[in-house]
Design a protein around this ligand. Structure first.
Ligand code: NG1
Ligand code: ZN
Length: 545
């Protein structure tokens, strides 16, 4: 194959350390940046093959999201902005782990299995986050693309969802929008401004939002976007990367897991604050009340706010569209009860990992999906979008229906349907709160979270834990589920489950109960059961109090 000579030559500049084995996991490859040069080059090769196979543009994003600055990672983006299919995740792992001398054979194997026409043109979009290692690692991706004769476009510093958006725009011949960062701001901000025109008497105070940029790419992009917002949203940006370290004691993951505010921000009582993660695909909100008590509004609260808003608009517009909320086992039990019992919307539970949620959400006219950690978006089926569009253009309907239809139309436009997007979610939430004239306290009061606790247990091989029922029950090792069931019975309104993490070498334990003390005690009890029954390593888990 003519291109193989170049691959052979270039791969020598990105050699694989012998024996190193890495896995394409839930979030792509993710580890210390020092181990990733050869992976990046090879993902450039793989993206080129995927582009030839799909005859479409493929994305490659260099980021390790909420991990520490020293880490990095890479994810491939499929033609419509979705994650790549499991088969290609398998190829990614094969190609990444082929020893240097076996690389061409590994490539050949994929080409043969997928019957790839090597004379087909290839096009790859590349983006990177602000990590110090990202510049050279994204160059390695570009080297991989050019080694196989593919065309590439380097978007440089972009958020993960911005890269997904570019890929989708390109592959829909710009029907989804213009494939530029400017185009992204224009589409989202125009929709946001249209939405907020429906907010009556919004004061400057209500238009104010404090944003923790996690010292990452999201901060840069919020700054870039600000002029497009035409003062309809006043952002005070903290942790903008000028001083602090990426994700260090800040960002959405820190705030959600620690259940406390990030360092480096100024919080005034009652004011809305939000945190992005390191690649701006997650967002959580929070505020401090007049007593200084911290209140977190996570992905479940966000899903509830958005689905309530959409359901009301559908009723006002007289549109018969089925709306569902997709969650994971980590969703707070109170949110599930509220959605099912009070809101009467369909709720689905899937395995952890965005691709599972995204997939399930596609089955409905409108699928709102959020992980409790703040990753999520809304998907509208093609038919739903067309119905909304037709109604918005219909001149013979009454004012109430018309207003609702236009609101729905602009809601569709403010949302990045390709993947969870902190910037897009932020604009949607801000617009909803403004339209409903709702404070963050009122939003928080829609339902009360059950106190909960997440813990990690180290075991010698986390694969001994196998789960079923969307990860809510353990089928192995023997006796573990029975132990959890009997521990849960000791507490009121309690629930607990365990699962092996897909991104860290740990078993995650989740517990919720009527009080924080009970949730903490149950999480500890279950951690001990995991430690004893699933091969715990190191010292026994210690009680939290
Ligand atoms: P793992 O490590 O498999 O629990 C974590 C998050 C996921 C998802 C992925 C990808 C939790 C409990 N888990 O997965 O929701 O975001 O990372 O980043 O938050
Ligand atoms: Zn992220």
């Amino acid at each position: 194959m003519p291109q193989f000579k170049e691959v052979s030559k270039q791969s020598g500049l990105h050699p694989k350390p012998a024996g190193l084995v890495l896995q394409y996991g839930t979030a792509g490859f993710r580890t210390n940046a020092k181990q990733l040069d050869h992976i990046m080059f090879r993902m450039g090769l793989l993206a080129t093959l995927r582009s030839k196979k799909t005859k479409a543009t493929i994305g490659v994003m260099v980021t390790a999201s909420h991990n520490p600055e020293e880490d990095n990672g890479v994810k491939l983006v499929d033609p419509m902005g979705e994650m790549v299919t499991p088969t290609w995740e398998g190829y990614a792992t094969q190609l990444a782990n082929a020893e240097q001398e076996d690389l061409l054979a590994a490539l050949q194997d994929i080409i043969k299995k997928e019957a790839i026409n090597m004379s087909q043109e290839a096009n790859v979009f590349v983006g990177k986050d602000t990590r110090s290692s990202s510049a050279s690692l994204s160059q390695a991706v570009l080297d991989g693309v050019s080694a196989l004769g593919g065309h590439s476009k380097d978007y440089g510093l972009v958020t993960t969802p911005q890269l997904h958006y570019m890929v989708c725009c390109q592959n829909t011949q710009c029907k989804y929008g213009e494939a530029t960062v400017e185009g992204y701001y224009k589409k989202l901000c125009q929709a946001f401004i249209q939405l907020t025109k429906n907010a009556s008497n919004c004061t400057d105070d209500q238009k104010h939002l404090t944003v923790d940029g996690a010292n990452g790419i999201g901060a840069l992009k919020v700054r870039e976007m600000e002029s497009h917002l035409k003062r309809e949203l006043h952002i005070s940006l903290f942790n903008d990367g000028s001083k602090g370290k990426l994700n260090h004691q800040c960002g959405a993951d820190f705030v959600k897991v620690q259940q406390k505010p990030p360092t480096g921000i100024k919080m005034n009582p009652g004011e809305r604050c939000c945190s992005f993660d390191g690649d701006a695909d997650r967002i959580v909100y929070y505020y401090a009340d007049s007593e200084g008590q911290f209140h977190l509004l996570d992905g479940d609260k966000i899903a509830t706010l958005i689905s309530t808003f959409l359901k009301e608009l559908l009723t006002q517009a007289g549109l018969d569209l089925e709306i569902a909320v997709v969650q994971t086992a980590y969703a707070n039990g109170s949110s599930t009860n509220y959605l099912e019992d009070t809101m009467k919307v369909i709720v689905r539970c899937t395995k952890t990992g965005v691709k599972h949620l995204h997939h399930a959400a596609q089955e409905f006219d409108i699928g709102v999906y959020f992980e409790a950690n703040g990753h999520g978006t809304v998907l509208f089926s093609k038919a739903a979008e067309e119905k909304i569009q037709r109604l918005a253009e219909n001149s013979s309907i009454n004012d109430e229906r018309k207003r609702a239809a236009l609101l729905l139309q602009n809601t569709v436009n403010v949302i990045n349907q390709t993947v969870g997007d902190a910037i897009s979610d932020m604009l949607l939430i801000e617009a909803i709160l403004a339209i409903k004239g709702m404070t963050i306290q009122q939003w928080d009061a829609i339902y009360s979270d059950l106190p909960n606790r997440q813990l990690k247990v180290k075991v010698s091989d986390r694969r001994v834990i196998d789960t079923t029922d969307a990860e809510r029950r353990a089928v192995s090792p023997a006796g573990l589920q029975e132990a959890i069931d009997s521990l849960v019975k000791n507490y009121r309104e309690a629930r607990s489950f365990v699962r092996p993490s897909g991104t860290e070498d740990v078993v995650r334990v989740y517990a919720e109960a009527e009080t924080q003390e009970s949730a903490d005690a149950l999480a500890h009890d279950v951690s001990l059961a995991v430690y004893r029954l699933a091969g715990g390593v190191g010292g026994e888990p210690k009680p939290l109090h």
